[in-house]
Ligand binder design. Structure first.
Ligand code: NAP
Ligand code: F7E
Length: 331
């Protein structure tokens, strides 16, 4: 009998890669989507004949209970969230409703409908924030630096608490930044690789960025969804850091991306103080030795390979798009 899984956030970057992975393993995949006036299916268009789409919103408890009751999944991957850090200062209350209480609603639905359902919760390296230890592992204390980071700390602890209170198989993956050609355009890697493509093809002549000194441990999203699945296949639930163990600055990112297209980045990059965050996470680097030894997980794509992959994909996409096309509608 094939396993059934629900993915919330299936229209997002990770949801699309995870749906592909679960389909390749023979799962029945149900993607939960919130109602929108126009569907946002560009990342999962190629999967729509193989997955089932059902409505549910993290703001609506009944919609989640109904979803879980109808599908009766073996596994639920809760990837839905407001995931763009700067937006969390603009809408801190909504961020908390989605990212913190939204997780409590998912846990409550599982607890009431079927406590044997295994839950993956998408925790984040943003919880480490102003880091207390280098590199960061599962025991590093949290010090979030944004409403987003704070909301993810709540989500993390409510997941641990429901595991301990109700004996749920609920795990939390503390994933460091992971990117791909499907990354949203507002995140710095994709902003840079798409900017490089537009400059190279004569569609733009500059790119504005904020803090070039910030550094992140960037990996490939396709590798990271494998870790999510592995966490739910273990004998007992536990939390894991997923990271490459190598950190690069935004300046390094710019150099690799522009260099790959044969461009001198110093001619095109402008810094814009409005893109500096009210509180910054300066430096993140993860220690994923626990995941490597217990899950047998490891990354397959290194940083230059990831950025080259993204630049190549954007060059192809921008070249194929009409000059007049709106950027988002051509994705
Ligand atoms: P993403 O591309 O921004 O996707 C977020 C998804 O959440 C989208 O499908 C979005 O749906 C959905 N969503 C937002 N609010 C919702 C609501 N109220 N009800 C139902 N669905 C809602 O994010 P991602 O990069 O794939 O990340 C997946 C998860 O991992 C997120 O929880 C994120 O915070 C976390 N995370 C990401 C990273 C990373 O580097 N990518 C690292 C650590 C943790 P729409 O299409 O309708 O907007
Ligand atoms: O910023 C700096 C910025 O927005 C990375 C989310 O998936 O990963 C992501 O959060 C760094 C920051 O990602 C620009 O100040 C400079 O230091 O790509 P980002 P993030 O904030 O690290 C974590 C793990 C998540 O959980 C989140 O959901 O780059 N930076 N200039 C810039 N960042 C952006 N976005 N735009 C710039 O122009």
């Amino acid at each position: 009998m094939s396993k059934r899984a629900i993915i919330t956030g299936v229209t997002g970057q990770d949801g699309s890669y995870l749906a592909e992975l679960l389909l390749s393993k023979g799962y029945e995949v149900v993607g939960a989507v919130r109602r929108a006036s126009a569907p946002n299916f560009w990342r999962i268009q190629h999967l729509l004949d193989r997955i089932t789409i059902k409505p549910a919103d993290l703001l609506d408890q009944l919609s989640i209970i109904r979803l879980v009751e109808e599908v009766r999944p073996h596994e639920l991957y809760n990837l839905a969230a407001m995931s763009f850090v700067p937006a969390s200062w603009d809408q801190p209350m909504l961020t908390g409703e989605f990212n913190a209480q939204g997780v409590t609603r998912v846990l409550e639905a599982i607890r009431h409908v079927d406590p044997s359902i295994r839950l993956y919760q998408a925790s984040s390296s943003e919880m480490f924030g102003k880091v207390r230890q280098v590199p960061q592992n599962e025991l590093t204390p949290f010090y979030p630096r944004s409403p987003y980071g704070v909301s993810k700390v709540f989500a993390h602890y409510i997941t641990v608490n429901y595991r301990e209170s109700y004996d749920l198989f609920a795990v939390s993956g503390m994933l460091f930044n992971h990117e791909s050609p499907r990354r949203g355009l507002e995140f710095v890697t994709r902003k840079v690789t798409e900017g490089v493509a537009r400059i190279k093809l004569g569609r733009a002549d500059k790119l504005s960025l904020g803090n070039l000194d910030a550094s992140r441990d960037w990996g490939f999203a396709g590798d990271y969804v494998k870790a999510m699945w592995l966490m739910l296949q273990q004998d007992r639930p536990d939390d894991y850091v997923i990271a490459t163990g190598i950190s690069h600055s935004v300046r390094d990112l710019v150099q690799v991306a522009f260099g790959h297209a044969g461009l001198d980045w110093q001619k095109y990059i402008k810094t814009d103080s409005t893109l500096i965050r009210p509180a910054e996470v300066e430096h993140l680097i993860g220690d994923s030795s626990k995941a490597r030894s217990e899950l047998g997980w490891g990354p397959s794509v290194d940083f230059p390979g990831l950025i080259r992959m993204m630049v190549d994909a954007d060059l192809e996409r921008v070249a194929a798009a009409p000059q007049s096309a709106d950027r988002l509608s051509t994705l």
